[in-house]
Write a protein that binds this ligand. Sequence first.
Ligand SMILES: [Mn+2]
Length: 414
Amino acid sequence: MNKEFYQENRKTLYENVEKNSLIILFSGHAPKRSNDENYEFYANRNFLYLTNVEQENTALMTAVYEDTEEEYLYILPPDKMAERWTGRRLKPVEIEGLSGIQNTRYVDTFLNYLGIYLRARGIETVYLDFDKLDSEEADTESYRLARYIQKEFPYVQMKNLQEQLRAQRTIKKPCEIEALRKAEEITGEAIVAMMKASKAGMYEYQYKAEFDYVLAQHGVLMSGFPSIISAGDNNFCIHYYDYRGQAKDGDMILNDVGARWNHEINDVSRGWPCNGKFSDKQKLLYQCAYNTSEYMFSILKPGIPMQDVDRMIREYCYEELRKAGVCESYDEIGTYMWHGGAHHIGFDVHDVVSRNIKTAPGMVFCVDVGIYHEEWGIGFRLEDNCLITEDGCENLSAAIPRTIEEIEEIMNQE
Ligand SMILES: [Mn+2]
């Protein structure tokens, strides 16, 4: 996405906060892994959504007044020795190109300017991104800064940016949909590569290597999220990351994968028999998932409460399984369906969106139908990405082979 997208995101935010306030967000930093090694840096997604800047120890601080804003990005200062080891740092002109932010200061002046705003520039409210999901999580910069503000400037009130940013991120803009389409294309090519390479005896890590290879050929150096790729009984672990299992003849392969394009992440699951030929039982279960998915894409449109989407997937799939003779009563559905299937995607793979919402044009969420039959040793999920349109919906991942016929044909091509 170009810088206008990020400028617009900030403008909407500034319009929706109280005047005489400061908005502060941090890019974050890479946590320590061991000794002198850190994990790979992964920018805070709210910060990224507003700035397009992926650099550690960087902060956005904007003063919002009645008729003007003072917007500054606090960036790492040039440091020849540090840059020799860890790479060059973004210059103000590059920051402007990425984000449209015209003013920068060095991050070591951040607290000084914060003090000036809070003592002498009429700021009454500070907005921070309080994003902890539970109190066990480690404090981020926002929480540490909040304690500092409370101690040094007890007359300033603090508010949480979460609800406003969730609301903005709920509806995707056309350029975000375009980025997701590109992510779907790459993911599709990578899934097809796994299908084509598939054979009995293949290890999960070999499937993963096929997937990662295609992504890397497109310049996607990190998958959208840790890929879940498994075979046989390992499919019964929902979040499986071991990759060391081997597909036995007749096993199903499960994968739950995605790419990232322009910061947008897609999330698709496909399942197939490793040997390229669905058994009767595999066909039976797969058809139930497929029919459920097709039904959902035929009825989804604006105005449906999100919590009903999960329930409808479950109820329809139950009917399919009952007709197929797999279960007799709805009480048993938990034996075969282990998880819900309708989370939003976007800058996060489980995107942060407003709570208790109804479907609306521009929302993109997964329709995920997972069936797990332990007795038969068959587990897989069929997960696609649904874009809600003005009068219905579109399956963004429809081109990735998903019928039994399509999958068998791809797998058995010479
Ligand atoms: Mn998924």
